[in-house]
Design a protein around this ligand. Structure first.
Ligand SMILES: NC(=O)C1=CN([C@@H]2O[C@H](COP(=O)(O)OP(=O)(O)OC[C@H]3O[C@@H](n4cnc5c(N)ncnc54)[C@H](O)[C@@H]3O)[C@@H](O)[C@H]2O)C=CC1
Ligand SMILES: O=C(O)/C=C/C=C(\O)C(=O)O
Length: 479
């Protein structure tokens, strides 16, 4: 099936007629093509957005909210269809796409449909000076949203929904590796009555289409989720142009387990935080640190639980671990497993490719547990972004905290303990944007979401996102 760009409410082929193959990772075969868009396509999208902006900026909040709600309803109506498309495009289990990805895409629209009606400007009475200040929060104009392949519709809509709710017009690019549900979203937006040009979806490679979006002088802000290297490159172009930037980048998140935790709950959640979505979530707890007194027990129980996970074709409902997203990514992840031999570490479970019946060319890999002795090893310092976790023991709170913070990344951390004092000490001293205690990936869309250090800058979610997609302008009136 051939995907097209969605520009000015129309589905258009790329101007230069260049196309890229789209793969089904479950079987390792091409199943369609997507536009390899050029600067000219991006220019056309920007023109459409500029034309739509004067009307969209004056559309009432109630009307914007109604359209966003309608998009959310339509996503839910088409849940099974969208989940099947997402699973085929990405390799993730259909059960996960149905339970998480597509419902969350709908929630993103519903959440910002509501949030925009509650977003308000601030006012400051300058007492004694006979003046009043108030701050307008005006949409930026045309903004760029660039999203990755791991949670395709989930993250694409996480950016688009607040951007359009706040009154901007959007040029959006999904990952060229997983473009399908973004394409289908275009149809949904038209059906929901989103005016043409408010959302424009341009498909193509990061280095050409993505780069053209970042470089375009009329695009005022870039909201990006993806790899840290790419984020740094985008910043090097956008920062000198004084664009607003939100960068949600990689992670190497610690999962710190103390002996006083609720063990069964921890074990079950740790399996999920390690291997959900084939470990391809920036929030996955890929470095597991376990208190020495329960280390051997944890090791045995964790290996047992992980060995019960079914690696299989993502379209089967009992599959726990589907295919990795691409051949190139499979090779990258495998290269890290191969490092184990060089780094004085031991593979406790997994480490090999899996051949799935009738899908022999699919990109399957066993969930893999590696025991490491030193947090400085590359396996513990570099983002693998696959079904690979390391485990290591610690003795004291201080040691655990040092290990957790000893990384260039700072996205999230998970802490398992029932000790309140320890919880507060870690909460204050972990160098991450998010700390989960006795849970993982429990999401409340109002909360600030993002990382410190090489995990990025800015926060998504709730009013933080609406603030990012608006420019504050202060008005001071003397009376
Ligand atoms: N959410 C996360 O934290 C993610 C992290 N990654 C990490 O990054 C590594 C590389 O994965 P990639 O697929 O190469 O991710 P990437 O960071 O290159 O891709 C993310 C998005 O950025 C676009 N992009 C790439 N280069 C660009 C440029 N110069 N200008 C504008 N847009 C550009 C891509 O087309 C895609 O839409 C992964 O192995 C993983 O470690 C990848 C995806 C998501
Ligand atoms: O917003 C969320 O709930 C999750 C976001 C996950 C990512 O940004 C990621 O994996 O890249």
């Amino acid at each position: 099936m051939n995907i097209k760009n969605y520009i000015n409410g129309k589905f258009l082929p790329p101007i230069a007629n260049g196309w890229i193959d789209n793969f089904n990772p479950a079987i390792g075969e091409v199943y369609g093509q997507i536009p390899n868009s050029t600067k000219e396509d991006v220019e056309k999208a920007v023109e459409a957005a500029e034309k739509a902006f004067p009307s969209w900026i004056t559309t009432t909040l109630e009307e914007r909210s109604k359209i966003l709600s309608k998009i959310a309803d339509l996503i839910l109506e088409k849940l099974d269809f969208l989940a099947a498309a997402e699973s085929k495009d990405n390799g993730k289990p259909i059960s996960l796409a149905k339970a998480v990805d597509i419902p969350r895409a709908a929630s993103n629209f519903q959440f910002f449909a509501n949030a925009i009606t509650q977003f308000s400007s601030e006012a400051y009475e300058s007492v004694g000076l006979n003046a009043i200040n108030f701050t307008l929060r005006q949409p930026l104009g045309i903004v760029g949203c660039i999203s990755p392949w791991n949670l395709p519709l989930y993250l694409f809509t996480w950016k688009i929904a607040p951007a359009i709710a706040a009154g901007n017009c959007v040029i959006a690019k999904p990952s060229e590796i997983t473009p399908m549900t973004a394409y289908l979203l275009g149809e949904i937006c038209t059906e929901a009555g989103l005016p043409k040009g408010v959302l424009n979806i341009v498909h193509g490679l990061g280095t050409s289409t993505g780069q053209a979006i970042v470089e375009h002088p009329n695009i005022k802000a870039i909201s990006f989720t993806g790899g840290t290297k790419t984020g740094a490159h985008i910043a090097s172009i956008a920062a000198p142009m004084f664009k607003k930037l939100s960068l949600e980048l990689g992670g190497k998140n610690p999962n710190i387990i103390f002996a006083d935790c609720d063990y069964n709950k921890m074990l079950e959640t740790t399996v999920r935080s390690s291997f959900a979505n084939q470990g391809q979530i920036c929030l996955c707890g890929s470095r597991i640190f376990v208190e020495e007194t329960i280390y051997e027990k944890f090791k045995k129980d964790f290996i047992k639980k992980v060995s019960e996970l079914k690696v299989g074709n993502p379209s089967e409902t009992n599959t726990n671990i589907g295919a990795l997203v691409s051949k190139q990514h499979l090779e990258k992840v495998k290269s890290y497993i191969d490092l184990a031999a060089q780094e004085n570490t031991e593979i406790l479970f997994g480490g090999n490719r899996v051949v799935v019946e009738n899908s022999e060319n699919g990109y399957y890999l066993q969930p893999t547990i590696i025991e490491v002795k030193d947090n400085k090893c590359r396996l513990n310092q570099e983002e693998i972004f696959g079904p690979v976790v390391t485990i290591m023991s610690f003795k004291t709170d201080e040691e655990a905290l040092t290990l957790a913070n000893d990384t260039k990344y700072g996205l999230s951390a998970t802490l398992w303990t029932n000790n309140l004092n320890r919880t507060m000490q870690f909460a204050k001293q972990l160098h991450t944007g998010i700390v989960w205690v006795n849970t993982w990936m429990l999401r409340d869309l109002r909360t600030p979401f993002g990382g410190q250090k090489d995990s990025g800058i800015g926060r998504e979610g709730g009013f933080e996102a609406l603030r990012f997609f608006t420019e504050p302008k202060n008005i001071c009136i003397k009376y």
